[in-house]
Design a protein around this ligand. Structure first.
Ligand code: GAL
Length: 371
């Protein structure tokens, strides 16, 4: 009798779960309000993902409170919410997420602190360093008008934090890139690389990629955004080494995601239009420092032209499944940033080896061929 009752209860839970969450068990539904296991909307924007000891950790910008447009950002529509911190959620199946709380919190009351609520804190990415056994959190920290353009680094002994903030810097100060030309070294009004040579290069949208050999690289929009840099990190993943290259010169790419497939490096990123969506870009390289060859917009289906109203944030390789990846993106709401939504899609490869992102109303890992 008790078993029967338990079975009925389990079926009931399954039946009502779509009503509560807007989705069936183990299903991804791009664009819905995605609730955590506590029934609250997941709040982890511009996110990144780490898999550690069989658990996935999703880190993101915790966006709450009023969305407003500061005077300094009026010309380009750069709305914002005050900085609260970085959130973390954990899951073993990628669809049901437990809120692990704020792993790095804002520091109110001290205007000189990078984590002061009036500043910007975006696109957190966490990587695990096997040598130091530390989780290293990289993030874009900035002034409200995005002029500071720096990276913050924090560390923790545990994936779910709390993280200790170590400070911020601009990468690769006093070093020319691997592919520098004589012209690049000539100071001029438009040469941002040379302007920032001594102080360090501007660092905004970013991601961190760890290669098979354990070396980690930072990909970041630099030089006021038109050009991206790829920088090798130190062995402890806490700093840049000074070995870096300029890539996608003058192409104005943001929101980079990087992954490896069949021994080649792939990148999916957006164009540079603030919160407004645009057509995604993709590219491939044999060498991480380039040359990178652009492969065009990977999206297919309705609204492929604006990445299904979203912007890339991370590509998650599925462990043990070399050909399978999940593309994670943000569907920003410029005037209500906390209500921005998530869009996850299965990433496929065409017969010619190009990444493809077909639109899906709803999908599940099992139905798309996962073991
Ligand atoms: C986007 C960028 C976001 C955020 C936003 C501000 O282009 O990818 O991370 O900085 O601009 O408008």
């Amino acid at each position: 009798m008790r078993n029967k009752l338990l079975t009925i209860l389990a079926w009931l839970a399954l039946a009502i779960s779509p009503a509560i969450t807007g989705r069936a068990a183990n299903e991804f539904v791009p664009g819905i309000v995605w609730k955590d296991t506590g029934g609250n909307p997941i709040n982890a924007h511009g996110g990144g993902m780490l898999m550690h000891d069989g658990v996935y950790y999703w880190y993101g910008e915790f966006k709450t409170g009023r969305t407003y447009l500061p005077d300094c950002n009026k010309s380009w529509g750069g709305t914002r919410v005050d900085l609260t911190g970085i959130s973390c959620y954990s899951s073993t199946n990628l669809t049901d997420w437990k809120n692990e709380g704020i792993v790095l919190a804002a520091v109110p009351g001290d205007q000189t602190n990078d984590l002061y609520p009036g500043n910007v804190l975006e696109r957190p990415k966490v990587v695990y360093n096997a040598a130091t056994r530390q989780f290293v959190l990289w993030m874009h920290v900035d002034s409200a008008n995005y002029a500071a353009a720096r990276y913050g680094v924090a560390v923790s002994d545990r994936p779910a934090g709390p993280f200790k903030y170590l400070g911020s810097f601009r990468p690769d100060a006093g070093v020319w890139p691997l592919n520098v030309t004589a012209e690049d070294k000539q100071p001029s009004a438009t040469n941002i690389l040379a302007r920032d040579f001594a102080a360090g290069q501007m660092a905004r949208d970013m991601t961190v990629f760890v290669d098979d050999d354990g070396q980690a690289y930072l990909f970041y929009s630099s030089e006021e955004n038109p050009t991206m840099h790829v920088s090798l990190l130190t062995d402890d993943y806490r700093h840049t080494t000074g070995k870096y290259a300029r890539i996608f010169i003058g192409r104005s790419m943001e929101a980079p995601t990087v992954f490896k497939h069949g021994g080649k490096y792939y990148l999916i990123a957006s164009a540079c239009t603030a919160w407004a969506p645009n057509a995604a870009r993709s590219a491939v390289a044999e060498n991480i420092f380039g040359p990178w060859k652009e492969l065009g917009n990977p999206c297919t289906g309705p609204d492929a032209i604006n990445t299904f109203h979203a912007q890339s944030t991370y590509v998650l390789p599925l462990p043990g499944q070399p050909d399978r990846f999940i593309f994670m993106a943000d569907r920003w709401k410029q005037w209500n940033l906390p209500d921005s939504r998530y869009l996850w899609l299965p990433l496929e490869f065409s017969a010619e080896g190009k990444p493809v992102l077909p639109w899906r109303e709803r999908w599940s890992l099992a139905a798309s061929g996962a073991r």
